[in-house]
Ligand binder design. Structure first.
Ligand code: COA
Length: 366
């Protein structure tokens, strides 16, 4: 089937984020992602996306507490989720668990908080249950990143929480990516926010979108040491496989988010939380970029956000099985802002297709 995957097609005007693929720049509501990740936490970026401005100290404290209590309420829902969290795959579990929420039972003003909290609580609970351990209750006094780490059973030190915050901020929104588009399509039918988020999770699960960081870590493990990178990458490409964490629909240069996450891992190193995978990832990236460049000089393929997502989420102590779900913990903030924006000004999204199948035979009159 010939299709350009809507490449370059503008489907909405948005005030939420701008992806400049030529210059490698991501702006979220007027702020460069590098600045947001350095100076702000996830709650601040939720306020920015949902309300249009970074919060002052009082508004930040209010939002942080409200999100904390929303996590507590999400935890109280765990017994009513049936066997949703028993799924072997975290994204299957998340999709099924969130589908238990009913938008008409939640006050419209609370929906964003409840859904954002639920994604984190359900993902962390899934991870604990998978390990045969009871879910850990939220601590409403903590920031979202630190509490997510703690609920997932990781060592939630201040340094690790700060690194995870940098990740959550960096991954919170990114133009008209596939899952955001999915959420907007659902919202455009005037369906509800729960349905939009559930559908978006389905889109995020795919390995061409949010499913890549797990395979990136598996690749780094399979390569093992920098000197094996060249041979491993060559074998993959010869077998017709894609190199995960490389290439992007929009960026023709290195994804700016890769540098932000690489910097956050460096900061963790400086704080004494060392990950051998950073040096390996850098070596593999260099080999992959060179090999892909030789193969397709006309289409520059560079590292995307998922490449260093694998490194940072591993460094903060989250298991590989939780990587895609952790992407959802961040991106739900963007999905919800896009759902609001779509409802505020958008029309039903209903593109056209070109029929290339057979037509009924016409009986010519004799
Ligand atoms: N490894 C090897 N080749 C790649 C590649 C990769 N990571 N990414 C793209 N290519 C090649 C394709 O094979 C294709 O070659 P062809 O024309 O000879 O068939 C060409 O580049 C164009 O690929 P296409 O799939 O049309 O580009 P896209 O804009 O749709 O792809 C991605 C964007 C992200 C889906 C793609 O780069 C990819 O699959 N990357 C790996 C998965 C990943 O990291 N996803 C996370 C994205 S944030």
């Amino acid at each position: 089937m010939d299709s350009n995957g809507l490449e370059g097609v503008v489907v909405a005007n948005t005030e939420l984020s701008d992806v400049d693929g030529e210059r490698g720049r991501l702006v979220i509501r007027g702020h460069d992602v590098e600045q947001l990740a350095l100076h702000h936490d996830f709650e601040s970026v939720c306020a920015l996306l949902w309300r249009g401005a970074l919060p002052d100290a009082a508004a930040h404290a209010t939002l942080r507490t409200a999100l904390g209590w929303a996590r507590v309420r999400a935890f109280e829902r765990l017994p009513s989720l049936g066997d949703a969290l028993a799924a072997a795959n975290a994204m299957d579990a998340l999709r099924a668990a969130l589908a238990h929420l009913r938008a008409d039972e939640i006050a419209p003003t609370e929906l964003k908080l409840e859904l954002t909290a639920a994604v984190a609580v359900f993902a962390a609970a899934w991870s604990r249950l998978r390990d045969g351990l009871p879910p850990l209750a939220p601590d409403a006094r903590l920031g979202h990143a630190k509490d997510y780490l703690r609920m997932a059973g990781a060592d939630a030190t201040a340094d690790r929480a700060r690194a995870l915050d940098a990740y959550l901020v960096t991954a919170s929104d990114h133009g008209m990516n596939a899952s955001t588009f999915t959420a907007r399509v659902v919202a455009s039918t005037h369906s509800d926010a729960v349905s939009g988020v559930v559908a978006a999770i389905g889109a995020l699960k795919g390995p061409l979108h949010g499913g890549a960081p797990g395979p990136v870590l598996a690749m780094l493990d399979a390569i093992g040491t920098p000197e094996h990178a060249g041979r491993w990458i060559a074998c993959q490409l010869a077998a017709g496989q894609r190199i995960m964490g490389m290439g992007h629909r929009v960026y023709r240069v290195r994804d700016p988010r890769a540098a932000v996450l690489e910097g956050a891992v460096e900061q963790l190193h400086a704080a004494g939380v060392r990950s051998d995978r950073l040096a390996l990832a850098r070596a593999v990236e260099a080999v992959a970029v060179a090999s892909l460049g030789e193969r397709q000089p006309e289409r520059r393929l560079a590292a995307n956000v998922e490449f260093y997502t694998a490194v940072i989420l591993d460094a903060v102590g989250l298991p590989q099985a939780l990587f895609s779900a952790t992407f959802a913990v961040a991106r739900v903030a963007g999905w919800l802002a896009h759902i609001d924006e779509q409802l505020a000004g958008g029309r039903l999204i209903r593109p056209a297709s070109r029929y290339v199948g057979p037509m009924p035979e016409v009986c010519e009159a004799a």
